[in-house]
Design a protein around this ligand. Structure first.
Ligand code: SF4
Ligand code: SF4
Length: 499
């Protein structure tokens, strides 16, 4: 199916709150998953006949399993504080992209079947029958939420629309209505080990090519090891790091850090993916199955530590859930946190003077930094209060001379999503992605205009891919988005004696 042309939003000097346009993006929905991708994840291949009964059973299960879901559906005061906080509302003007509007799509069904007033006086309490039209609306608008949690920061009672969106996707999968992009990718990781379906020989070949490139560039034998048993560190990184731009420059940066610090490390062909799209579809079982590959690889390779590369939602899953999903990790070296982020490693090494930088190597750039949603609002770094904000910034400031933050309302816990998170980084949603990128692009434009910022660094594979596209769309250059560890790799003084 061809993606339709759409009107390009205008980049303004300041982000403004648009007037509502009902159904502005009701035509948007991602491609549906084919039977083969559904069944490989344990879901029906297509919409089942008794879908309503199964969907309501599933909803009942989730309401029992996740008390938070029931609390979120029961406690909204319809106060409106969240209405202008979603980048998709700001970019599309569709009221169903207001967080409360999105929640109400499920709340109406919840009230109809799971509350007494909704059963007997549905019209009075906004309860609705779960019809096929409502299911279609769910499919559209629960795939217009990147599960970024920005709305939850502003809700006075902390309602997390991302959790509602995850539950909705899980309910839809259970009746055979899954999203192609996410479910196909999850299937590839189950089968091969990474989102790209890159088999071991191709991965080995890519890594050898990187070794040659780095040798050509700096005349040092920086290794990119694969499946090397008894290494100290197992690096789990997004597969985009193996070849996409600017991701691969980040991977080169990590390799230089390991080399300079004298840390033995390896990648794994069995667990060659940090991303865990099981979270995006709200599936605990799939999320666990993906996480268990990491445990299996760590045991097989007999490593002492697990370190994650630059990937936002992967770090959320790792930081918040890895021990529950795949632990205990008592076979690892207890002196190190499980897991650890590559930024935490670099930060620690630079503070101990193991790494030294020549900032002038990055003098051709003036930097700003994009906080990725899942890092900013669902994780921490360095066991420091707000470390998820300060650790990446401290690394950037140690490696560049020119750095300017974007305005406070658009960074740290209030950061705007790139527009492509939560399983929406697919070209069938390009209109939504470009419109959703609007607030971030406007904040970027201001530091470009005011301070001459030339580049934006990020530590998320999805953000980097999304910005590569959005930058061209909004008149920036594709290569203005860079990996944080590219800055590290550029500035790192590589003076370690060759072994
Ligand atoms: S979680 Fe993010 S994308 Fe979803 S409704 Fe809230 S602000 Fe919008
Ligand atoms: S801010 Fe919270 S309580 Fe207010 S309308 Fe939004 S979700 Fe409901």
């Amino acid at each position: 199916m061809a993606v339709k042309e759409f009107e390009k939003p205008t980049l303004k000097d300041y982000t403004s709150i648009p007037s509502v346009e009902k159904d502005a993006t009701s035509h948007l929905a991602p491609f549906k998953s084919k039977e083969e991708f559904q069944s490989s994840l344990g879901y029906p291949g297509e919409l089942v006949d008794n879908w309503q009964e199964i969907a309501l059973d599933k909803m009942g299960d989730l309401l029992k399993k996740y008390r938070s879901l029931r609390v979120y559906l029961d406690s909204c005061m319809q106060c409106g504080a969240c209405t202008d906080k979603c980048h998709y509302y700001l970019g599309t003007k569709d009221p169903n992209n207001m967080p409360v509007g999105r929640q109400n799509l499920m709340r109406g069904v919840y009230r109809r079947y799971f509350t007494l007033p909704g059963k007997y006086l549905p019209k009075l309490v906004g309860a609705v029958d779960f019809t096929k039209e409502v299911l279609d609306e769910w499919y559209s608008y629960y795939h217009q939420c990147s599960q970024c949690r920005r709305c939850a920061v502003f809700c006075p009672i902390g309602i997390d629309t991302a959790e509602i969106s995850m539950a909705a996707r899980e309910i839809m999968d259970s009746v055979g209505v899954g999203q192609k992009y996410c479910n196909e990718i999850i299937g590839k990781v189950h089968k091969i080990g990474n989102n790209l379906g890159l088999p071991e020989p191709a991965l080995a070949n890519t890594l050898e090519g990187l070794e040659e490139d780095v040798k050509d560039e700096i005349n040092i034998d920086v290794k990119f090891p694969l499946d090397v048993k008894d290494s100290d560190v197992l690096l789990i990184t997004p597969s985009a790091d193996f070849f996409a731009e600017p991701h691969v420059d980040g991977l080169i940066g990590y390799a230089k850090v390991f080399h300079q610090a004298g840390i033995s490390w390896t990648l794994s062909s069995h667990a060659s993916e940090a991303a865990n799209f099981g979270m995006f579809i709200g599936s605990y079982d799939n999320m666990r199955k993906l996480a268990l590959r990491i445990r299996e690889a760590a045991l097989e390779l007999n490593v002492k530590r697990i370190i994650f590369g630059e990937c936002g939602h992967a770090w959320r899953v790792a930081y918040s859930f890895l021990n529950t999903l795949a632990g205990p990790f008592d076979f690892l070296d207890s002196r190190y946190p499980v897991p650890q982020h590559i930024c935490e490693l670099t930060y620690d090494l630079m503070n101990r003077n193991v790494l030294k930088f020549d900032k002038s190597a990055n003098d051709d750039m003036t930097l700003t930094y994009h906080d990725s949603c899942n890092v900013a609002r669902a994780s921490n770094m360095g066991d420091i209060l707000g470390g998820q904000f300060s650790v990446p910034r401290d690394i950037i400031k140690a490696t560049v001379n020119n750095f300017y933050d974007m305005e406070e309302e658009s960074i740290k816990e209030k950061t705007y999503c790139c527009g492509g998170g939560g399983g929406l980084l697919t070209d069938d949603l390009i209109e939504l992605r470009m419109k959703g990128a609007l607030p971030r692009m406007e904040a970027l434009k201001r530091v470009v205009d005011d301070h001459g910022v030339t580049h934006m660094a990020a530590i998320c594979a999805i953000c980097k891919s999304q910005f590569s596209k959005a930058f061209q769309y909004y008149g920036f250059e594709l290569d203005q988005i860079i990996s944080l560890h590219q800055l590290v790799g550029n500035a790192l003084i590589m003076n370690k004696k060759e072994l």
